[in-house]
Design a protein around this ligand. Structure first.
Ligand SMILES: *Cc1c(COP(=O)(O)O)cnc(C)c1O
Length: 368
């Protein structure tokens, strides 16, 4: 007996698989080489917050206990840091889980979400899962936000408008005034999910991480993650900040023990590890300049970035250059999946990693 008629939901046919950056060990195994550099997933190349690592080690003897279902201690630490009430926070198994939870909480089949394009793929994933439709609004040619075009796509069906700022994969952001304009123009029944995963890297004067609008009572949820600057991608923790009314709704669909105890402990220590954050910000800013300079020398155009990655245009040979970089042990992200077949996205690495990447890139381009 191996015939059965169990069918998955119809939406499964429409789910597009996420394409993660290849793990280092896999490339090592495939190529049989030791030296592999991963610049594909926007991780912190300088490692995790040392305070978080210490906290995890100290907590290990307690892991036979269930985690705190409400992540209360972590909520308190974050709330204090961000000048919010703990009830305005919801901690999740990575920022990705927040996107799924928000989709499950607010989207009915037939609803629409409005997203910039290109952007992070998880917004569409959550919508498709719920049978909702994703309406993509192209960014301007220089990848800046086109607020008028975005607002023009808002219809009676629109439930959520996603703003990723700084935006993955472009590194561009929406200025405070423009954000205010979007929020004031939207009907009050439309929720804004403001994804601030890269907020610590955004140094522009007019950047807003969205929290001021949470405090002011707008229908906005701000997403943050511990996977990027805090260096905790492997342990999966992020959070949302919003009005108590919104978080209460999301809590209804959350599984009780969604965030493991080590992740809660690590995140609580990382939040106040200013030394690690400042060092990472500074080294990242230097690494960005290093890569800009290298790209200029190679005659490549790139998008100025407010993040820890850079979108660079390699032209018609981009896919083949990407493949050849991979063959030499340098993992970057190919732009094809974002409709950018001539681009790759490169995470800013350590000084040594950036140099190695530029050297290999130069060699490959010289071969033609
Ligand atoms: C990395 C990232 C997230 C969250 O990632 P998690 O590892 O799930 O916390 C959310 N949004 C964007 C745009 C990201 O790049």
């Amino acid at each position: 007996m191996n015939e059965f008629e169990v069918k998955g939901r119809k939406v499964l046919h429409e789910m597009k698989p996420y394409s993660p950056g290849k793990p280092i060990w896999e490339v090592q195994q495939e190529l049989g080489i030791e030296k592999v550099v991963k610049l594909a997933s926007n991780e912190n190349p300088f490692g995790a917050s040392p305070k978080a690592v210490e906290a995890i080690a100290a907590f290990l003897p307690e892991i036979h206990r269930y985690p705190d279902a409400g992540a209360k201690l972590l909520n308190q630490v974050i709330a204090e840091r961000l000048d919010l009430q703990p009830e305005q926070l919801i901690v999740t198994n990575g920022g990705d889980e927040l996107i799924t939870l928000v989709s499950e909480t607010f989207l009915e089949a037939g609803d629409e979400i409005v997203v910039p394009s290109p952007t992070f793929s998880e917004y569409e994933f959550g919508a498709t899962l719920m049978g909702a439709k994703t309406v993509s609004v192209p960014l301007n040619e220089d990848f800046s936000y086109n607020v008028d075009a975005l607002l023009a796509e808002v219809t009676g069906q629109t439930k959520i408008v996603y703003l990723c700022s700084p935006n993955n994969p472009t590194g561009t952001y929406i200025g405070r005034d423009e954000l205010q304009r979007v929020l004031d123009a939207l009907p009050k029944r439309v929720l804004v999910l403001f994804d601030a995963a890269y907020k610590h890297y955004a140094s522009a004067e007019d950047y807003s991480d969205g929290l001021e609008f949470v405090r002011a009572g707008y229908p906005i949820i701000v997403l943050q993650t511990f996977s990027k600057i805090y260096g905790l991608a492997g342990i999966r923790v992020g959070f949302g900040a919003a009005s108590v009314e919104l978080t209460n709704s999301i809590y209804k669909v959350k599984e009780p023990f969604n965030v493991n105890a080590l992740a809660q402990t690590a995140a609580a220590a990382a939040v106040n590890d200013d030394e690690h954050v400042c060092k990472s910000q500074q080294l990242n800013a230097e690494g960005r300049e290093q890569l800009y300079k290298g790209f200029k020398e190679l005659g490549l155009s790139y998008t100025e970035s407010m993040t820890n990655f850079i979108l660079v245009e390699l032209g018609p040979d981009a896919k083949s250059i990407y493949d050849r970089l991979m063959a030499e042990g340098i993992i970057v992200r190919y732009g094809g999946g974002w409709g950018l077949p001539g681009h790759v996205r490169v995470t800013v690495g350590t000084d040594e990693e950036n140099e190695l990447f530029l050297t290999k890139l130069k060699g490959i381009m010289a071969e033609g």
